[in-house]
Design a protein around this ligand. Sequence first.
Ligand SMILES: [Fe+2]
Ligand SMILES: [Fe+2]
Length: 243
Amino acid sequence: MSTVQAGVGHSSDFTRWTSEFEAKVTARAAAGDPDWSRGARLEPAVVRSVQRFQVGESGDGANLIGKADRAGDPEYSAAVRLFIAEERNHARMLGLLLEAAGQPTISGHWTDAVFVRLRRALGLRVELMVLMLAEVVALRYYRALRDGCGDPLTTQVAGLILADEQRHVPFHCQRLRVAFAATSRPARLFAVAVWWSLILGVAVVVAADHGAALRQFGLGRTDFMRGVFGLFAVIVPSAIPLR
Ligand SMILES: [Fe+2]
Ligand SMILES: [Fe+2]
């Protein structure tokens, strides 16, 4: 939670994020990859769940890069490229984790197809709002996977991904604050209301779709949704302040 709240300065300067993302690239190179050869043991429900998250992480990001470039802030564009590289690395690690468990990746899932189509149709601001829905779900999901899977390699991979996701949230919050700075209070209120209704729907779908895996982690569907809403309640005022 503290990491989510961090970085709530009101700057439109994104150099901080390029340096944080670059520092992480260096740290990752120094630490090396998890030892995939130790293998992983995953329950079938967890395999299906991880396969779907792997697809979700593997989007190419060209669309977001295009919108970021058109927004005309080179520093933000550079940070977005590093952000997307980090998400691709999540997909790569989850793919290798599945391989370590003797399981294939999947080529697509309807939830991801809907998500991608929705994001493409939108401008940068709304795209970031939709992307944030995935980030907040990811925060709760990878914590549950890390703490509840009972497999050492999976715990390590989930912990690495979770640490990145905790940085992604304040990064998007900062860009959203910039994007909403000139928006009237009623319009911001409307955006907040729509955003909350979207996270309600997304949390219900994810809880239903991944319910069996969440149960393996000792987390009920309601607990999962409550966790997502608790995180979102901190994110919303940071991204779209109403004062
Ligand atoms: Fe990710
Ligand atoms: Fe992320």
